[in-house]
Design a protein. Structure first.
Length: 277
């Protein structure tokens, strides 16, 4: 009955209404399993990694000022990512043709789609999204501080890991507070974690240092990600716990958005990630 309820909810834009579904209770133990767990053996040659993407899509509007969600989907599909954290996503706003962008990207990529609203905008909602090949067990929306506009954290729990998408405030105090909230929230899960998004903070900042103390930075934290056509700063990252990086890259996509997408290939370090894909 619970799985049926989740399936129905994922087919309609309920996340735009700020609702939270918890199909499985999150565990309260902190993520300490990885310290004692044995590394997972490769499942098959060339198929032992999980590809993860983080991408601020600017509601599908490229630097050429063309709104083209199909182009955005093409960037996602080309990456081969099985988990995708998206920022600046519209849900039925007038500026993007009343389209539920998360559901449309899910349809175009063949993935499950989740959306979490940060603010009301143009007759609809605006926030973050998460796409996944695997069906989530539970989903949680967590409001984050934002003085210029509301911010949000979207957490999805899967069989063997947890993934989260977020977009931090432009204000330093809000970013630091948001980092602390994320650390507290993911500590509730006794599973390895992926957190990706637009953190609006550069390497060496208080925000990034705080996250580095509690997670492993899976992206290199050096390659510039913004603006996409001539990047001059790094403000987008993927952090994790319970994964080892095999490959990390900032995709050279200069037009589809004002940010460049990040892709990491990671290998599970915990035994309970053996069937993550």
């Amino acid at each position: 009955m619970i799985r049926i309820l989740i399936s129905l909810l994922l087919l309609c834009p309920v996340w735009a209404q700020g609702q939270v579904v918890a199909a499985a209770a999150s565990q309260s133990a902190k993520l300490e399993c990885c310290a004692a767990a044995k590394p997972v053996a490769s499942r098959a040659a060339g198929n032992d990694t999980l590809r993860v993407m983080a991408y601020n899509i600017r509601v599908g509007k490229g630097l050429d000022l063309v709104n083209d969600l199909g182009r955005t989907a093409g960037v996602i599909l080309a990456s081969g990512a099985r988990v995708v954290m998206l920022q600046e996503v519209d849900s039925v706003t007038s500026r993007t043709g009343r389209m539920d962008q998360a559901l449309e990207l899910g349809r175009l990529t063949g993935m499950h789609a989740l959306f979490a609203s940060a603010i009301d905008h143009a007759g609809g909602k605006y926030g973050v999204a998460l796409l996944s090949k695997e069906k989530p067990l539970s989903v949680k929306r967590v409001p984050l501080p934002g003085r210029e506009e509301g911010r949000v954290l979207l957490i999805a729990e899967f069989d063997n890991f947890v993934a989260a998408s977020t977009h931090f405030s432009l204000t330093q105090q809000d970013r630091v507070a948001s980092a602390k909230i994320i650390i507290e929230e993911v500590a509730r899960y006794n599973k390895p974690v992926l957190v990706g998004g637009d953190f609006n903070a550069q390497p060496g900042s208080e925000t990034i240092e705080l996250l580095n103390q509690n997670f492993n930075m899976l992206t290199d934290g050096v390659t510039f990600t913004f603006p996409a056509n001539e990047p001059d700063r790094c403000i987008d990252y993927i952090f994790g716990r319970g994964f080892r990086v095999v490959h990390s890259q900032v995709v050279e996509e200069p037009v589809a958005s004002d940010h460049r997408p990040l892709v990491v290939h990671v290998v599970a370090e915990c035994a309970n990630l053996q069937n993550a894909e």
